[in-house]
Design a protein around this ligand. Structure first.
Ligand SMILES: Cc1cc2nc3c(=O)[nH]c(=O)nc-3n(C[C@H](O)[C@H](O)[C@H](O)COP(=O)(O)OP(=O)(O)OC[C@H]3O[C@@H](n4cnc5c(N)ncnc54)[C@H](O)[C@@H]3O)c2cc1C
Length: 391
């Protein structure tokens, strides 16, 4: 597989879904400024700057242009530079989920999109006139030409479209994330640190304001939501500190320096969903395909889906052809990314022989590659917003 974890932006983050401008067509309004280009991105970030210093729904993104990888015991595997940023491209961006949600929401509102909060969809069906009716828990209804099911990995719309749709699969790991300002050895400002530990994987980067953002993928038995919620930040800290204790890397110190800002989740994936659309309903993002967190691409794939679906709805005459074209343009790529991420999950903390092999392979690959470029199948993917989609 061409992509390695060192090429991927990480949690809490997303990579932009790039759109490339074209001179061949009349420029059209892109779906959101936050995912458009370096210059428009700057505008969007500025517009969404925090209204108070304590506003935690906004923090500037981190743009590490180097990835440093190491393995246990304190072994440096190599480093990779992201040349895309030097080429005028945005490159890898690490961004808090709340910041991304805020930027997207503010841009949508600015463009006149009406957003309603606190609505839980209970059911959806297509009427004889071809229009889709959604029913909500508060007794409300909504009617439209198309229902886009962006309702995540446990999607109701996926099951509505196909009652036999596959269920998400537990990937055998917990993802634990944290924030700290007290790390004694934080990553350098432009660097993403990756640690292939003996028992778990660790990644960290420093935000522009110095806060360290980290995550870990740690093999573990599946816990229910209630069981996960019962584990305190202190217990996660203790568990991870133990997992990284022997590695002689910065991971244990960064985890130890983290206070209450630790959250954990069980990681699932969904490699392929046979039916994506039916009678005016369609699924996007995790509802259609979910990646294990190892390649750190799920949000990026969801954003790409949104941009491509918007193009199809814009250019094709009716929902049926638009939804079919969207699936045709997206299925191969998202399934490849999900399979790639599942492969990385399997390589997380293997036994001693496989670990030695993995470390040697990775060191050789980093030595050879040296850079992350725009030609990479995973991160070099571009969507030409101005190009017309044909059926
Ligand atoms: C621990 C972890 C780490 C990750 N790391 C990364 C990373 O580094 N990079 C990356 O790109 N991706 C990452 N991902 C993946 C990323 O978070 C998801 O792929 C992305 O959020 C999918 O977006 P989505 O819009 O499809 O679904 P979601 O973000 O899950 O949004 C679905 C929304 O639908 C709502 N909803 C669900 N059902 C209903 C209903 N019936 N009625 C109304 N609303 C409903 C939910 O409340 C939710 O708000 C990670 C995921 C996890 C769990």
């Amino acid at each position: 597989m061409a992509a390695s974890p060192v090429r991927s932006p990480r949690w809490p983050c997303t990579r932009r879904a790039s759109t490339r401008s074209s001179t061949r067509r009349t420029p059209r309004t892109p779906p959101t400024r936050a995912v458009r280009s370096s210059s428009s991105r700057t505008t969007a970030w500025r517009r969404c700057a925090p209204s108070t210093p304590m506003d935690r729904s906004w923090s500037a993104p981190s743009r590490a242009s180097r990835v440093e990888s190491s393995a246990t015991p304190g072994k440096r595997l190599g480093e990779q530079a992201d040349v895309r940023a030097q080429d005028g491209d945005l490159g890898a961006v690490t961004i808090r989920r709340a910041t991304l949600a805020r930027v997207l929401r503010e841009e949508a509102v600015r463009r006149g999109v009406r957003i309603e909060y606190g609505k839980r969809l209970l059911a959806a069906q297509t009427g004889p006139d071809g229009r889709v009716v959604g029913s909500f828990a508060d007794g409300g209804r909504a009617v439209g030409d198309v229902l886009i099911g962006a309702d995540g990995i446990h999607s109701l719309i996926r099951r509505t479209i196909d009652a036999g749709a596959p269920r998400p699969r537990y990937t055998g790991q917990h993802t634990v994330c944290g924030y700290t300002r007290d790390a004694t050895a934080p990553p350098a400002p432009d660097t993403y640190t990756m640690v292939f530990g003996k028992q778990a994987f660790f990644g960290a980067t420093a935000a522009p304001d110095g806060e360290v953002w980290w995550f870990s993928n740690a093999p573990a038995a599946e816990l229910s939501k209630a069981e996960l919620a019962a584990v305190t930040p202190g217990q996660w800290r203790e568990r991870l500190t133990e997992l990284f204790a022997e590695d002689q890397t910065p991971a244990a110190d960064i985890v130890r320096a983290t206070g209450e800002n630790i959250v954990a989740t069980a990681a699932y994936d969904l490699l392929s969903t046979p039916v994506w659309s039916e009678e005016g309903m369609v699924i996007v993002g995790d509802a259609a395909h979910a990646c294990a967190p190892n390649a750190a691409q799920g949000a990026s794939m969801a954003i790409e889906d949104g941009v491509v679906l918007a193009k199809c709805l814009r250019d094709l005459p009716g929902p049926r052809s638009a939804l079919a074209a969207y699936e045709g343009l997206r299925r191969e790529r998202v399934e490849k990314v999900a399979a790639n991420s599942a492969g990385l999950a399997r390589r997380n903390a293997p036994g001693p022989v496989k670990r030695a092999l993995r470390d040697a392979t990775m060191a050789r690959r980093l030595d050879r590659a040296g850079t992350t470029g725009g030609d990479d199948w995973l991160t070099g993917y571009r969507i030409d917003w101005d190009e017309t989609v044909s059926a």
